[in-house]
Design a binder for this molecule. Structure first.
Ligand code: ZN
Ligand code: ZN
Ligand code: ZN
Length: 151
């Protein structure tokens, strides 16, 4: 039986190995962008350098895109079908913004949004653009409203 995960890897020219399948599975489909340490925590049985190597390969083969969070950590997010962030068309509308929660520090892709197009001077070509909206995620927002527990 061929899993959906192997099909996704093969569609990007990546040979499915047990570790690559585990890493891709850990990246999930819920629109989160994970830091290396978050992924390592989810993949405690996998050697850390193998996780990093798989992510580097995924990024080089347009299966994930990388963004930097406000702590300067790289975060990896699986590219979705409409993601053209690797195509280098030079079109700012190919990039989507991200959301960073200031309380739990988790990051999400805002996949259905497009970055505002910035007109660049003649001769300049964009490779990547990052737009991060900061605030509270639904969980942290709800948690914040809870009354303090009595001692
Ligand atoms: Zn992408
Ligand atoms: Zn949060
Ligand atoms: Zn993203």
């Amino acid at each position: 039986m061929k899993s959906q995960l192997s099909t996704r890897l093969e569609a990007h020219g990546i040979r499915p190995t047990a570790i690559r399948l585990l890493v891709l599975d850990a990246l999930g489909t819920d629109g989160r962008a994970y830091s290396l340490s978050e992924l390592e925590a989810k993949l405690s049985t996998v050697d850390k350098s193998s996780v990093f190597r798989a992510l580097t390969l995924f990024s080089a083969n347009a299966l994930v895109h990388c963004i930097e969070d406000s702590r300067g950590q790289t975060r990896y997010a699986p590219c979705h079908d409409e993601c053209r962030c690797h195509e280098g068309t030079g079109d700012m509308a190919d990039f989507h913004p991200h959301f960073e929660c200031e309380r739990c520090a988790r990051v999400w892709c805002l996949r259905s949004e497009h970055l505002p197009v910035v007109e660049l001077p003649e001769g300049f070509r964009p490779r990547f653009a990052s737009y991060v909206v900061k605030g509270l995620c639904p969980q942290c927002k709800a948690h914040r409203r809870l009354p303090k527990r009595p001692l």
